[in-house]
Design a binder for this molecule. Structure first.
Ligand SMILES: *Cc1c(COP(=O)(O)O)cnc(C)c1O
Length: 451
């Protein structure tokens, strides 16, 4: 009865996803009041709770899972992934280890192998399933930190960084903020970084990197990115990998959404050299369209990955027997069995479906750019190489246009600052977005721009 009723609520929501306003302005205090009040002294009936809760929160639910949400880089949930996610909750497995859930271990192992094959990475890479790309970046950089300190004969997991000799961190000047958040958490410092200049699309300049590396006298890690969060542009990974490895450095690639291009024959070229990266961070909950929370980290040096994340003694050799303890490859111990939804998503799409999803979204982004760019006073600021479109409205205040679009509710797009200009950022990353969604959204945006 309870779960049946909940299922009905969920189904009704999903059925209205295409037609409900993508986001409606809502007052925070009003939501708190509707759903809040004092802590109940006594328990309430679960069916009643779910019903009241769903009604009270409805105004605060963003249709980001729907086809016309173009904010940030947010995918929806593929039906198979959502179904697997429901089971994940019902099964309530502790995804930490083989002992707590052999099924959770197996789903991650199978998904890991499929993803390695899909992206063309080395079969020997170790894979961790994190809460998102921020923690995937954290994990990859923790493995880097281990490996670089190993070169210096310093056991960073045991001795920490106090009194440790320095290592050097190099980023793109346009690296995603989560790289700096990861450095902050790792004790490497968000400011203690050399930032390499980027070109007009936000790609790290390999010639500038070479000059930077020539001056470095310590072990170093370079953080490159596959998919600039504004433009979708890719750093020249192959070229970067070659100069990093010529100097014995570690290459980390933040590819939250961009790495998915490696799966598509028509976009793979953008990621050339990705197989040479020492660590790669990717999101599942963005372009693979699985529910939150889902990130993935790949590390070439399994021993470094294990040493950085293992709860046990980092000296122990990584487990080689045919079993898997998921906690060995991520920061947490007890956690959700994240592999189930990823497994279901990969299985429901197949390689062909993934390629279609990526290519379809990229084509739709191009279509959006063409529709908007053809209008008077609208400028597309980026080369649309992937699923991201940056738009500026000339002679009008871009921020007000964005505010009107968000209020209109046909679609949702956010703002960003790009090279000193305020711009609207459009990301097409949902499996269910159609040409008609793009057309009606472009119309709405142009309507709001003309107001
Ligand atoms: C979204 C994103 C991240 C952070 O990922 P979360 O899943 O939100 O933690 C990191 N890097 C890039 C390029 C991103 O787009």
């Amino acid at each position: 009865m309870l779960l049946q009723k909940t299922h009905d609520f969920a189904t009704r929501f999903l059925e209205t996803l295409e037609t409900r306003p993508v986001a409606s302005p809502v007052d925070f205090a009003c939501l708190l009041e509707r759903a809040g009040g004092p802590l109940p002294e006594t328990g309430e009936d679960p069916v009643d709770i779910i019903e009241k809760f769903a009604n009270a929160m409805d105004a605060g639910i963003v249709a980001s899972a729907g086809p016309r949400y173009f904010g940030f880089v947010i995918g929806g949930s593929l039906p198979a992934a959502l179904a697997a996610d429901w089971l994940t909750s019902a099964w309530d497995q502790n995804g930490a280890s083989f002992a707590t859930s052999p099924a959770a271990a197996a789903a991650e192992e199978i998904s890991a192998r499929w993803l390695i094959e899909l992206f063309g990475l080395r079969r020997s890479a170790s894979v961790g399933f994190t809460s998102g790309c921020t923690m995937a970046n954290f994990t990859g950089l923790a493995a880097a930190r281990h490996a670089l300190y190993r070169q210096l004969g310093w056991d960073v997991e045991h001795q920490g960084l106090i009194g440790a000799p320095p290592i050097t961190v190099v980023t793109n000047e346009e690296s995603h903020i989560s790289i700096f958040a990861a450095l902050q958490m790792l004790g490497l410092g968000r400011e203690r970084v050399i930032k390499v200049s980027a070109d007009g699309q936000g790609r790290m300049r390999a010639d500038a990197l070479r000059l930077v590396l020539a001056e470095i006298r310590t072990p170093f890690v370079v953080c490159a990115q596959a998919g600039n969060v504004n433009t979708g542009a890719f750093d020249p990974i192959l070229e970067i990998a070659n100069c990093v490895h010529a100097r014995d450095g570690w290459l980390h690639v933040d590819g939250a959404f961009g790495v998915w291009a490696a799966a598509s024959p028509s976009h793979r070229e953008l990621t050339r050299g990705i197989d040479l990266a020492d660590s790669i961070a990717v999101d599942g909950h963005k372009w693979l369209n699985v529910p939150y929370d889902s990130g993935i980290v790949f590390v070439r040096d399994r021993a470094a990955h294990y040493a950085a994340m293992s709860l046990g003694a980092p000296y122990y050799a990584p487990p080689t027997e045919m079993t898997r303890d998921n906690h060995d490859w991520v920061p947490e111990a007890s956690r959700r069995a994240r592999g189930f939804a990823i497994y279901a998503a990969l299985r429901s799409l197949g390689r062909e479906g993934i390629v279609n999803l990526i290519e379809r979204n990229c084509t739709l982004a191009r279509r959006m750019a063409d529709r908007l760019g053809a209008a008077e006073g609208v400028e597309i600021l980026n080369d649309v190489v992937l699923n991201q479109v940056l738009v500026r409205f000339t002679g009008r205040d871009t921020a007000s246009v964005i505010a009107r679009v968000q209020k209109d509710g046909t679609c949702w797009a956010g703002g960003t600052t790009w090279h000193g200009m305020h711009a609207m950022r459009i990301s097409v990353s949902n499996w269910s977005t159609t040409e008609a969604d793009i057309d009606v959204s472009a119309e709405a945006i142009l309507r709001c721009a003309a107001m």
